[in-house]
Design a protein around this ligand. Structure first.
Ligand code: GDP
Ligand code: MG
Length: 596
């Protein structure tokens, strides 16, 4: 296809503002999906995406569109809107020349609308502002068109109004894309250079790599080369998604499509890498992306220890399609053998654990999420700590923690309660702006460790769900952080150690000792439950000794009943964990970790 007739664009929006639904209508209006085959959120292929109604993986689709007697090829890239998946969004943006900025006409601009808009502007994309859901009775297009125009410039009349649900305005929007989005430019004679913006694992086809061609062309049966590793693969199939895969004769300048090489591991086909041909290799790779860095760590343990090998296999398989997932084996006194896993954020953690449970049938327990700390001891040694149990025991000179810049958008009535929450989480206010008469954007720097836990839940409940949140990494800062250990009869229970600010250490100690006291059954002897910083005890409870033994209860009863009881007790023992001399049912640990 002549690049003059190609338009590459993406849709960016806050979560739930209707990207996937609008994408559905575009598939229908352009005729690439027949009405009878249509189902909602057509491009959300994973079960978990469909059930939760969120997009996790980006998708690229090619659609034909007629305008002024010419046929254009529109390549649309649907992107996820959630903060955890920002790295997916930025990859998609780099493959486009334009972006549809979609805003719910009943909600207005939200935190991720802004975050995604800034990403698009950094990538020099042409922005097409659009209000969606104008069919809703609560829609106020006039008001929000003004809000959008104030934000990006231009007049409120330039803001298109559509409904992804009814299809209203979608044809005009596609015409606008053709008019406003610049066509791709590249050198057709130069050695091939294509940018990998996604790669997914498909159990039938192996790794499917999505590329955006910048220069030159790729053809079937050619030998392609990955520029970062020099690895050469034979191209088994090349084509476009429309949205089902359609093999083609090749991909030229500006085109977006997929490559199949029979490779089995997505790490061989790295997102951000440049593909070229082995025959006539390019000299310079295209500018790459920064690798997504795990921000949140948690230990994943099988509830039944015998499932450990299955958990390892399942993680290996998930890694094939999720290059951002990190894991390594770890052991815990309380929980046995498991894995320390690194995630992009809490939603990523939740989705991975849910996929492990559903797609692989594993029962898991996850330890409290932790961030990365750098601990400097008096001998000037710096230790990187992603698990509280790795916290050095020597004299500590300083501890630094990751910081984030947080943007919160909410109606102005909630400013007071939001500030209170942010202050209690050690936030410092950077600024506050009105985005119209009612809505305010609050900007804070805050320790990441303070928001990974339950910040978003608190924010939502304090604002009746009206606040939205976005954050980005913003360096590190020293803080007065300590490790609090939980001890059962003097023995440390590793899964409950936590790194917290000194001011919050006591509250954490009290909460955990009370919880464990309530959950751990009585033993033959008294068991102290303590919280400590180093050797200093900061909170204590005790579990009183049990008086009667189990058999005493059925004194005089028949013997078979006694035997049954004994058997039952043995059964129970299997699921007991020993901490020193104390027997703790695993359920107690699990309940204490999940906080219920
Ligand atoms: P995404 O998170 O941006 O991909 O949003 P979805 O496309 O999944 O839409 C979120 C919700 O809004 C779904 O319940 C949709 O049915 C609904 N929705 C999307 N577009 C419209 C629209 O134009 N009108 C109405 N009334 N609802 C819509
Ligand atoms: Mg979606």
């Amino acid at each position: 296809t002549d690049p003059a007739f190609i338009r590459n664009f993406c849709i960016i929006a806050h979560i739930d503002h209707g990207k996937s639904t609008l994408a559905d209508r575009m598939l229908q209006v352009t005729g690439v999906v027949a009405d009878r085959d249509m189902r909602a959120q057509y491009l959300d292929r994973m079960d978990i995406e469909r059930e939760r109604g969120i997009t996790i993986k980006s998708q690229a689709v090619r659609m034909p569109w007629q305008k002024d007697g010419n046929t254009f090829a529109l390549n649309m890239i649907d992107t996820p809107g959630h903060v955890d998946f920002t790295y997916e969004v930025s990859r998609s943006l780099a493959a486009c020349e334009g972006a549809i900025l979609l805003v719910d006409a009943a909600q207005g601009i939200e935190a991720q609308t802004l975050a995604n808009l800034y990403l698009a502007l950094e990538n020099d994309l042409e922005i097409i502002p659009v209000l969606n859901k104008i069919d809703l009775p609560a829609a106020d297009p006039q008001k929000y068109a003004t809000e959008l125009a104030n934000l990006i410039g231009g007049s409120p009349d330039d803001v298109l109004r559509v409904s992804g649900k009814t299809g209203m305005g979608v044809e005009d929007l596609l015409d606008r894309v053709v008019e406003r989005v610049p066509n791709p430019v590249g050198d057709p004679e130069a050695p091939a250079r294509g940018m990998i913006f996604d790669s997914v694992y498909d159990s039938y086809r192996g790794v499917v790599t999505y590329v955006r061609m910048v220069d030159g062309a790729l053809a079937p049966r050619e030998r392609i080369q990955m520029m970062s590793t020099g690895a050469v693969h034979e191209l088994l199939e090349i084509g476009v998604s429309s949205p089902e895969p359609v093999p083609s004769k090749g991909l030229g300048v500006g085109e977006v499509g997929y490559l199949i090489t029979g490779v089995k591991d997505v790490r061989q086909s790295k997102v951000g890498d440049t593909v070229t041909t082995a025959r006539k290799a390019a000299e310079e790779p295209l500018p790459g992306y920064t690798d997504p860095k795990p921000m949140v760590f948690s230990g994943l343990y099988p509830i039944d220890g015998a499932d450990y090998p299955d958990l390892r296999d399942a993680l290996d398989k998930l890694k094939l399609s999720d290059a951002a997932l990190n894991y390594e084996p770890e052991t815990s006194v309380a929980l046995g053998f498991g894995f320390r896993c690194g995630f992009l954020g809490l939603l990523h953690l939740e989705i991975v654990t849910e996929r492990l449970q559903r797609e692989f049938g594993l029962d898991l327990i996850a330890t409290a999420p932790s961030v990365t700390y750098h601990v400097t001891t008096e001998d000037k040694k710096v230790t990187t700590v992603t698990n509280p149990s790795e916290f050095p025991s020597g004299k500590i000179q300083s501890v630094s923690e990751p910081m984030v810049k947080v943007g919160i958008l909410a109606p102005k009535d909630y400013v007071g309660t939001i500030m209170e929450l942010c202050q209690s989480r050690r936030g410092s206010l950077l600024g506050m702006e009105y985005l119209g008469e009612e809505r305010v954007e609050l900007r804070y720097t805050m320790p990441l460790g303070e928001i990974v836990f339950d910040f978003f839940d608190h924010l939502k409940s304090r604002t009746q769900g009206y606040a939205s949140l976005d954050y980005e990494p913003s360096g590190e800062q020293d803080a007065d952080l300590v490790k609090v250990d939980i001890l059962l009869q003097g023995e440390q229970v590793d899964a409950f150690s936590a790194i917290v600010h000194r001011d919050k250490a006591y509250a954490y100690g009290v909460m955990m000792t009370e919880r464990l006291k309530a959950l751990i059954p009585r033993q033959q002897f008294e068991v102290p439950v303590q919280a400590a910083i180093g050797s200093r005890i900061i909170a204590r409870e005790s579990i009183r000794a049990m008086r009667k033994d189990v058999l005493a209860k059925c004194y005089g009863g028949d013997i078979s009943r006694k035997r049954k009881l004994l058997e039952k007790q043995k059964e129970g023992k299997k699921r007991m964990k020993m901490v020193g001399r104390v027997e703790v049912p695993q359920e107690a640990f699990i309940a204490a970790l999940s906080g219920d």
